[in-house]
Design a protein. Structure first.
Length: 117
């Protein structure tokens, strides 16, 4: 399996990947976890991420590094839609449900969706 620190454009220092915000580390971990579960190959991931980065550039993203992990999230969403058959609307609904569950959960408690979605 390729070393995830060898992915192109991954912000890193001598100690490995670096993250400006905790959610970036979570996006990175999610991509690794989904790959390890066989949801996509590294080739699939590289193509999805490259597609998102190129689309962002076409739409004026100056590629200063501050939007890099947003591209990760977009690539993960794209792969989820392609691989699961979820529609973009269903994905947005699920994201909203998780966001609301997070907001409704007291600090330190696990976030759980009502109905197990």
């Amino acid at each position: 399996m390729p070393d995830p620190t060898d992915l192109p454009l991954l912000p890193a220092d001598d100690d490995g990947p670096v993250f400006a915000e905790p959610w970036q580390a979570q996006a990175f971990a999610l991509a690794l976890s989904l790959h390890r579960q066989g949801c996509f190959t590294w080739g699939d991931w590289a193509r999805a991420l490259a597609t998102e980065i190129e689309a962002a550039r076409r739409h004026g993203d100056p590629d200063l590094g501050d939007t890099y992990y947003l591209h990760w999230l977009n690539a993960l969403e794209r792969l989820c839609v392609e691989r699961t058959g979820l529609t973009a609307v269903e994905l947005a609904t699920r994201k909203d449900a998780w966001r609301q569950a997070y907001l409704d959960t007291p600090h330190g408690r696990p976030v759980e969706l009502q109905g197990g979605a």
